[in-house]
Design a protein around this ligand. Sequence first.
Ligand code: 5GP
Ligand code: MN
Length: 339
Amino acid sequence: MVEAGTARTIKEWISSSSRVAVLTHTNPDGDAIGSSLALALALSQQGIDAQVIIPDGLPDFLRWLPGIERSTTFAYKKEKAVEIIEGADLIFCLDFNDPKRLGGVEEYLAKSTARKVLIDHHQDPVQFTDIAISDTWRGSVGEMIYLFLKEVFKHEILNKEIATCLYVAIMTDTGNFSYASSYPEIFHVVGDLMKYDLEKDKIYSSVYDAFSEDRMRLQGYCMQEKMVILPQYHTAYISLTDEELTRFNHRKGDTEGFVNIPFSVKGIRFTALFVEKKDRIKVSFRSRGSFPVNRIAAENYNGGGHINAAGGDSFDSMELTLSKFESLLPEYSKWLKDA
Ligand code: 5GP
Ligand code: MN
């Protein structure tokens, strides 16, 4: 994953840095937070002041992670976040391929004269760092950070806390090993993490059995009232308006995972979730098989992502967004049939 020469260069940069900032993407998921905290914890063990910057809200199901006190949320503590970025002589960018995914932080990244390293697994990374380590076929950046730490620090550097963060990253980005994980090395990595007294089942429960009653009721409402199934296109979608979210006392992260649920319906290969935000409708896509949802996201929603998981935005009303979405399906139906 990391060439020896690249690893040496980054190691030198780390050794000559006293302050390191780790940046990740907006609406952060388990991989974004887990991989960033793991890297920050490992660097701080080396005597380096390493801090994580999260552009916006941290979901509750990730708040318990070891090292979370090393994170600062730009949207809530802007001054502190900017100070960390301005004071850093080395900046790592994890789990995003384009500075546009930084939700306002990109302005400060661009101004910084620090050395910059990208570690990411999204397709087609934009060039904005001095070094980019990009493995688009790997299930998670967590796995990449594991390999990175092994290559850069030849000595033992993992511990239970770091292993826990890495495992959360790998587990969440592969849907608990249900996709993006059909290759041997990922299980070697997890096998090694297990050696650090990893509480695998407890971690699963902390992440996946942590929903509020409101969230569960919202899920029930989505399934009963809002899920639209279009069997002829092997497609299902769910939409949620701001009014509906408010009715269910929505909290950040509550709609996480909803987009995957319709796959349980036989024959569904393409799913979409439309969630109304203040200024736009956030669109999430998932697919099974070869249907490239990053393409539909890029071509119609100014977005992107992976082949089987992508997203973007719509600036139309919900009604128009949904009718436009349905009208796109015939165009993509050949792909969906063969997927
Ligand atoms: P989610 O549906 O969980 O928000 O996002 C799934 C994946 O789609 C993310 O990991 C990211 O790769 C991609 N993605 C989501 N929203 C956007 C977006 O607005 N722009 C781009 N370029 N990618 C996105
Ligand atoms: Mn990821």
